[in-house]
Design a protein around this ligand. Sequence first.
Ligand SMILES: O=C(O)c1ccccc1NCC(=O)[C@H](O)[C@H](O)COP(=O)(O)O
Length: 419
Amino acid sequence: MNFICEVKKASPSKGVIAEDFPYLEIAKDYEKAGAAAISVLTEPKFFMGADEYLSDIAKTVAIPVLRKDFIIDSYQIYEAKVIGASTILLICAILSEAELQSFHDLAQSLGLACLVEAHSEEEIAKAMAVGARIIGVNNRDLRDFTVDINHSIRLRSLVPESVTFVSESGLNTAADIDVLRKNGITAALIGERFMRVVDKGKAIAELYGEVPPVVTKICGLKRSEDIEAINALPAELRPAYIGFVFAPGKRQITAATAQKLAAALVPGVKKAGVFVNESLATVAKLAETVPLDVIQLCGDETEADIKELRTLTKAKIWKAVQVATEADVARWRDSEADMLLFDTYVAGERGGSGRSFDWSVLKNVNRPFMLAGGLNSRNVARAVRIARPYGVDISSGVETDGYKDDRKIREFVTTVKTI
Ligand SMILES: O=C(O)c1ccccc1NCC(=O)[C@H](O)[C@H](O)COP(=O)(O)O
């Protein structure tokens, strides 16, 4: 399920919804809780919105921002672009076919996506005719403000799978979301429900539904301070794994340093060693001397290497797979490695890039795996909800100026616990 979470102070049907309106904090909470996009009202009179709400939010979050206003003039589309929106709302009921087509074309030419809102069979046809890629059905009847979620369910079958279908308004409970899921609806726009609660993260998690607990690995520890940061965490927040990088690069450490750091680490946290095309004998030796619980192979190692390494060590063997396309994932599906770790393909790099990839390519993986690549506290909830990994691995996302940052480590492990 993908939630478009709305930042809205008031509405014509409900009046003021949120007296207290820290819009930027709300947007950050939404993003951190795994929202797919944020919807912002900028219309001042009925919704008590403002352009700066949208522009501030767009500058702050990395997910798409929808300007959810009644667009009746092309000027508003240029304006949406200028204030930083990535998507606009076009409502079939208030636009002629010609207007809808010309606004849709204009938005596309400006690089803006369009959520085209329909409310009937005829309006779905009208939306399809202009080439809409995202169609929303508002469960609220704009003439009398009555709400019925069956409305979007009824119209779902008229929209092909290739077009994103969004159910909008009147969604309040996990049961509502379950009904949508069962009817093939995987995107929902939710405003009032989230605006009325203080703990937005909790409310979003409730509506998304539970995911199994996820373990963490904090990789690239180099200094005693890094180990101290892990040891200082309360037991329930400690990562299951930490990683030492033995491969050449900015996080590389020697065997002697790894041994010293490992000895200082609180018991219970497992130690992984990261290698790239290292001789298997050296890898096995290091696994014994540090000692390592996990050997993570990030180079061109083959299945035959994994088999051979198994005869040399008792450590678990993880294979990192650099993902450019779904084919990279499929190639390793039956690997004998104890764990696959899917990371981002970046030419010339073998890990620690700080770059993420399209997590949806992992949806057909039916064995436990680690997810890595460009994770941070802001995107990990969404990544977990999409990819459903056994664990998440992070390095750059918990660093400041090239060093591990204990505040970011704490924030990351805390965020993962709340998913
Ligand atoms: O971290 C490195 O510098 C590194 C160098 C060479 C091979 C692998 C490396 N890291 C492997 C990891 O497990 C990282 O944690 C993983 O790639 C995620 O990194 P990031 O994208 O920075 O979170």
